[in-house]
Design a protein. Structure first.
Length: 154
């Protein structure tokens, strides 16, 4: 009877070893997944990568994307004095220093395009909006580049 127990024991051990090898080989071939679940993993939808929150945009890209009357807010984050000395047509002025206190004036349901003189304050403003939960932020950079490329200022 002991001989039968030993052979049965060997059979069980061998079965576990073979099953372990099959599982291990399937995991290696399937990128960490057992071979049997690889087709199921392939059938699952791939999660979409969220769009970048703060997108840099050139003056030409701005004209192409928003110049034809697309609904957006063009936000000049310079001081009121700088704004009054010349700004991009259609822009609204909220200084970067006041932006956090005036978020109620900036809609969250449409794209917000930011600019300043050279691009530093527009980047700061984009960070403020990002931290406040805005998702459609475009950084146009500076009005200097806008003017150098021949676009109008009023």
């Amino acid at each position: 009877m002991q001989a039968k127990m030993t052979s049965r024991y060997r059979y069980m051990v061998l079965t576990f070893v073979v099953a372990g090898l099959v599982f291990a080989l399937g995991a290696c071939a399937g990128g960490g997944q057992p071979a049997a679940s690889a087709p199921a993993a392939a059938a699952q939808p791939v999660a979409q990568v969220p769009a970048k929150v703060n997108t840099k945009i050139t003056p030409a890209d701005y004209q192409a994307q928003f110049g034809a009357g697309a609904d957006h807010l063009l936000l000049d984050v310079r001081t009121p004095e700088e704004f009054n000395s010349g700004h991009i047509p259609g822009a609204v002025n909220i200084s970067v220093d006041q932006l956090a206190q005036r978020l109620n004036e900036v809609p969250q349901d449409k794209p917000v395009v930011l600019y300043c003189r050279s691009g530093n304050r527009s980047n700061q403003a984009a960070q403020i909006l990002d931290q406040a939960g805005y998702t459609q932020i475009y950084d146009l950079g500076g009005i200097i580049t806008w003017q150098q490329q021949g676009y109008p200022v009023e």
